[in-house]
Design a protein around this ligand. Structure first.
Ligand code: UN1
Length: 509
C-alpha cells in the first residue's frame, strides 16, 4: 500500500533534498527514512551542502523581488489552489504522514486538514492585511501604518507535525509577500519532499518564480546556515526548548527576528464540578494521541482530592481499552514513538519517576511481540506523582501522564499548573463559572492556550498558537499572527504648502 502512496506523491527511492521549486538538486550525504511503524526503509533524501544552500538563498532573494510585487489577493488565489490540491491529495499525504511519523491515520488526515484550513484562512487574510489610520497632531497631515513583506522566512519544523506546521508558516508568509525556505526534521524528510512537490506544481501552473518555496534538508548544521544568515529576517522554529535556545541566541546575535514554538508541559485541572466522562476523553486523547508526542500533549492532571479516586479509576479503565499498534489500522488508538531514542527516553523517564517516589498506576513497557516487529511501540503509562518531581518538571515526548492531587480552592491548582518552566497549553474541567473565570483571568493560567472543558491538544488554526516562558513566546497560525511575517511602516503625509514640525517646535530660517 505504501508503495502506491509514494508513487502518488512523486517520491522515489532516492530523492534530491534541496529544491527551489521546480529545480531539485543537492550534493550532500544521504539520509534514509525508516518507518517507526515497522522499521522498514522507505526511501532516502540527500542533504543540503553550504554550496547548495547559497544557490537556494540567491534564488529566494531574486524571487522575493518579484513575489512582493504580486497583489496580495493574487497571492491568496495561489494559496487557494494549493488548499484545493491538498483536498485532492489528503488521503496519500495523510497516509505518508502516518507511516513516516507514526501517528494514527486519523491524525495524519487531521494534520492535512490543518493545512487545508490554514490555506482557507490565508486566502481571506490576503484581503485583510490592514494597518491603522491615526489622527495627526499637525493640520493637513495624514498618518497611517502599513505592512510590507519581510523577505525570506526560514522555517525549522519538528518531526511530530511534519507537514502542518510548515503550512501554518508558509500559507501566511506567502500571502504576506514573503518567500520561504524550509528545513524539516531529518526524521521525516519524505513528508517535506511530498509537500514541496505539491506546491511546486501549483507554482508552475501559475508561473510563480522559482524560489518562492524552497526546501533544504539535513540536521542541525543545515538549520544553522539559516539561523546565522542575516539575509533571513525571520526564523520560525518549532521543536525542543534546547534547540530553540540555540536558534534564538544565533538569530538574536544578528538582531534577526525569531518566532519560537517550543516545549510544553501541559496540564488539565480537574475540579470537583468536572464532568468525569468529558474529563476522561479529553485527558486520554491529550496524553496518548500522537503517542504523547504533541507539544500540546497532556502531561499532568491536577485533580481535586474529593474526586481523585473517581477520576483515577475511570482513567485506569479507559487505558485498559486502548489499542496500540500499526497506526494505519484505524482500530488502533496509539501508534509507535518516532524512534528508538524516544523509546529510551520514555523508559528513562519512567525509571526516574519511580526513583523520585512516583507510584505507577498503569504500567508502561515496550511492546515488541507479535504485530509490533521492527516498530517503536510502548504502552501509555500513568504515574501518581508530585509537581515538584524533577521528571514532572521536564517535558518527555512520550505517553506518560502524571496525576497530581490538589486540595482546597482552584487557586491551589492554578499555582501547580503554572509551577513549571513551560507555558504552552492548559485546561480546566469544570462546570463552575467562578472557577473557570479565575482560571482564565490575569491571575489564572500563564499559558498561551487556556481551555475550558476541552483538553490541552487539538487547537484550531483560527487562534494564535504558541506559548509563554520556555515555550518561546511566539504565535503562529490564526488571529493576527500574520503580523510577524511583515514589517510595519508608519507613514505621515503632508498635503499643505508649509512644513510643520511636530511637538510645536519652531525652526525658522
Ligand atoms: C505541535 O505539537 O507542535 O493543538 C502542534 C494541537 C495541534 C498542533 C500541535 N493543532 O495539538
Amino acid at each position: 500500500m505504501i508503495q502506491d502512496v509514494l508513487k502518488q506523491l512523486g517520491i522515489e527511492d532516492k530523492n534530491l533534498g534541496t529544491s527551489t521549486g521546480s529545480n531539485w538538486f543537492g550534493s550532500g550525504e544521504e539520509i534514509s527514512s525508516f518507518s517507526p511503524v515497522n522499521g522498514e526503509y522507505i526511501a532516502s533524501v540527500n542533504t543540503t551542502t553550504q554550496e547548495d544552500y547559497n544557490k537556494v538563498i540567491s534564488t529566494a532573494e531574486k524571487a522575493f523581488k518579484e513575489w512582493r510585487m504580486v497583489p496580495a489577493p493574487k497571492r491568496g488565489e495561489i494559496v487557494r489552489q494549493f488548499g484545493n490540491r491538498l483536498r485532492e491529495l489528503k488521503e496519500p499525504l495523510g497516509k505518508l504522514v502516518s507511516y513516516e511519523m507514526g501517528k494514527s491515520l486519523q491524525e495524519g488526515y487531521g494534520e492535512v486538514q490543518e493545512m487545508i484550513d490554514i490555506c482557507d484562512f490565508a486566502v481571506g487574510l490576503s484581503r485583510q492585511l490592514y494597518g491603522f489610520t491615526i489622527h495627526s497632531e499637525r493640520p493637513g497631515h495624514r498618518m497611517y501604518d502599513q505592512y510590507h513583506p519581510l523577505g525570506i522566512v526560514g522555517i525549522i519544523s519538528a518531526f511530530n507535525f511534519p507537514v502542518a506546521v510548515w503550512s501554518w508558516n508558509t500559507a501566511l508568509a506567502w500571502v504576506c509577500g514573503d518567500v520561504c525556505i524550509w528545513k524539516p526534521s531529518e526524521k521525516v524528510p519524505l513528508c517535506s519532499i511530498a509537500c514541496q512537490k505539491i506546491i511546486a506544481d501549483i507554482f508552475k501552473e501559475n508561473n510563480v518564480p522559482e524560489g518562492v518555496s524552497c526546501l533544504i534538508n539535513g540536521d542541525y548544521r543545515v538549520g544553522e546556515f539559516m539561523s546565522m544568515d542575516n539575509r533571513i529576517p525571520l526564523i520560525s522554529a518549532t521543536g525542543s526548548t534546547r534547540m530553540g535556545k540555540i536558534v534564538a541566541a544565533k538569530v538574536a546575535e544578528r538582531l534577526g527576528r525569531s518566532l519560537l514554538e517550543l516545549g510544553g508541559n501541559n496540564a488539565i485541572i480537574v475540579t470537583p464540578d468536572a464532568d468525569i466522562k468529558m474529563t476522561v476523553i479529553g485527558a486520554v486523547f491529550g496524553a496518548v494521541g500522537t503517542c504523547g508526542q504533541r507539544c500540546t500533549s497532556t502531561r499532568r492532571l491536577i485533580i481535586h482530592d474529593s474526586i481523585y479516586d473517581k477520576v483515577k479509576d475511570a482513567l485506569v479503565a479507559a487505558y485498559g481499552q486502548l489499542k496500540i499498534g500499526n497506526p494505519l489500522d484505524e482500530k488502533n488508538h496509539v501508534g509507535p514513538l518516532i524512534d528508538h531514542d524516544a523509546v529510551k527516553m520514555y523508559n528513562e523517564a519512567l525509571e526516574k519517576a519511580k526513583s523520585e517516589g512516583g507510584n505507577i498506576l498503569v504500567e508502561g513497557g515496550i511492546l515488541d511481540g507479535d504485530g509490533y516487529e521492527g516498530g517503536c511501540y510502548v504502552k501509555p503509562a500513568i504515574v501518581e506523582a508530585k509537581n515538584e518531581f524533577e521528571i514532572v518538571q521536564h517535558e518527555t515526548f512520550a505517553p506518560i501522564l502524571y496525576l497530581i492531587k490538589y486540595s482546597g480552592d482552584v487557586e491551589n491548582a492554578i499555582e501547580l499548573q503554572n509551577g513549571v518552566v513551560q507555558g504552552l497549553s492548559s485546561a480546566i474541567m469544570t462546570s463552575n463559572l467562578r472557577e473557570a473565570e479565575k482560571f482564565l483571568s490575569q491571575a489564572g493560567s500563564d499559558c498561551g492556550i487556556a481551555n475550558v472543558n476541552i483538553g490541552t491538544s487539538g487547537a484550531e488554526i483560527g487562534g494564535a498558537f504558541g506559548g509563554e516562558k520556555e515555550t518561546g513566546g511566539g504565535r503562529e497560525s490564526g488571529s493576527d499572527a500574520w503580523k510577524i511575517y511583515m514589517r510595519r511602516q508608519t507613514n505621515t503625509i503632508n498635503y499643505t504648502t508649509e512644513l510643520h514640525l511636530a511637538h510645536g517646535i519652531k525652526f525658522d530660517i
